[in-house]
Design a protein around this ligand. Structure first.
Ligand code: HSE
Length: 285
């Protein structure tokens, strides 16, 4: 039996659309084994217990890549990451499936091979790269190759996601984005993403609020999330170091240093809203 533990991720980190991601200490765990025949999937809803399952599909792609033919497969999932909330649960299924299949096939792939297969399945590397390498990672998919670099974050931040009880699919959240961006908007994001990386490496907390700003995706996606502006304004008033939409949303991610009072203040605030929102207190994995 193979056991693979894969972290949640928060992608984009504000201005780093499709390029930045951070692994967090919240995990999905996958158990995989070869059986005599057929496919058994446990620990997921009925609708995901079939050959279309993303974990299984990622295993099939990997087996084809390495030329291994299992007789049958059993998968058991321990799911702790909320689904379709912008915390990389799909990326964990992809990476977990590839790593499990690779282990069953005799560990023929290295981490770069795994990153490449995962990116081809996901379409962009910003969730899967930190899933595989841990920490904060910047990654670019260019002409079939992925170029990535780990970013050493200096301070011990808490990442406190504010997670609603409704889902938002990545395809819907990508569907509201414009096809063409203004030159001044591109310049806005380039400056902020550079400042964000530099301030995280140097531990310059006072720069994070400005550096998390973005005009390429958040303004469009915010409109899909009831109370998005209200929550962003409330966390700023509560004194967070930075706030951004986690991945494609709808989770709103906040960066804090001293979090005891903050979590209480924000829990009280979101308890008054129409949707149910919960908070978690996570660290970089
Ligand atoms: N970079 C991706 C997006 C992350 O924002 O659409 C979600 O998969």
């Amino acid at each position: 039996m193979i056991r693979v533990q894969v972290p949640a991720t928060t992608a984009n980190v504000g201005p780093g659309f499709d390029a930045l991601g951070i692994a967090l200490d919240l995990y999905n765990v996958f158990y995989m084994e070869e059986i005599d025949s057929g496919l058994i999937i446990e620990g997921v809803d009925e609708e995901f217990r079939n050959e279309d399952n993303l974990i299984y599909q990622s295993m099939v792609t990997t087996f084809e890549e390495v030329g291994y033919k299992p007789k049958g497969i059993k998968i058991k999932v321990e799911s702790n990451i909320p689904v379709s909330r912008g915390l990389g649960s799909s990326a964990t299924c992809i990476v977990g499936g590839i790593m499990g299949a690779n282990a069953l096939a005799g560990n023929v792939l290295d981490k770069y091979d795994i990153l490449k297969i995962a990116t081809e399945i996901e379409g962009h590397p910003d969730n899967v790269a930190p899933c595989i390498f841990g920490g904060m990672v910047t990654s670019i998919y260019d002409k079939g190759e992925i170029h990535y670099s780990k970013i050493p974050v200096k301070n011990d931040y808490s990442f406190c996601p504010i997670i609603p009880d409704f889902k938002l699919s990545t395809s819907e959240a990508r569907g509201v984005l414009p096809e063409v961006v203004d030159y001044k908007n591109a310049v806005f994001n380039v400056g902020r993403v550079a400042l964000l990386i530099s301030s995280l490496v140097n531990g310059e907390d006072e720069l994070l609020a400005l550096a998390c700003d973005d005009v390429l995706h958040q303004p469009y996606r915010g409109g899909l999330i009831r109370d998005y502006d209200n929550i962003v304004n409330a966390v700023k008033e509560a004194g967070v170091k930075g706030v951004f939409l986690s991945g494609a949303g709808p989770t709103i991610m906040t960066i804090v240093r001293e979090n005891d009072d903050y979590i209480k203040i924000m829990n009280d605030y979101v308890s008054m809203l129409e949707d149910n929102w919960i908070m978690k207190d996570l660290k970089i994995d």
